[in-house]
Design a protein around this ligand. Sequence first.
Ligand code: ATP
Ligand code: MG
Length: 170
Amino acid sequence: MTDSLRLFFALPCPVSIAQAIVRWRTDQHLPGRPVPAENLHLTLAFLGAQPAERLSTLYQVAESVRSQPFEITLERLHCTPRGLLWLEPAQSPGALLQLADALRAGLTDVAIPFDSQAFRPHLTVFRDGAALPGAAPPAYRWLVDRFALYRSDSIPGGVRYRTLREWPLQ
Ligand code: ATP
Ligand code: MG
């Protein structure tokens, strides 16, 4: 039987920013299930279950993507109807949109399917949450200098992400 992996491309949240976000959200006493600090990320493309044999092709796609490092400011709090509470930029940097586009175009070229909903950059901080008035976050400035391919595994009580490979932006 072919092994299948649950995969996604994402920007790993730098530890210092993850720590600042965790400090802020702890102070807010917001309802919901906090996303573990080590799981904070910004998804670029969600691939879902893929045969392990596709990894080498995925690495080639990622390798072919070119982007300079860029800065993103997470400054808005948004709550979806399904209770995902996330941080997002007021304005998405062009370089971020180009990076996601390039990755998605590369996946399309090699006929690897991915979730094709329009890209809306966000970093989820709570699940089963609710927006509370007055919970305006500080603006988190993040210098994006890499992206990664993750595998996602269910573990008791949650999910664990593992970095399969990272690519620097340069
Ligand atoms: P769990 O599903 O166990 O609550 P999770 O959502 O963090 O945990 P995954 O479902 O493996 O873990 O998702 C990994 C990443 O991909 C998350 O950022 C998630 O929001 C995103 N994602 C998951 N499913 C989709 C989808 N159908 N379309 C777009 N993004 C998705
Ligand atoms: Mg999920």
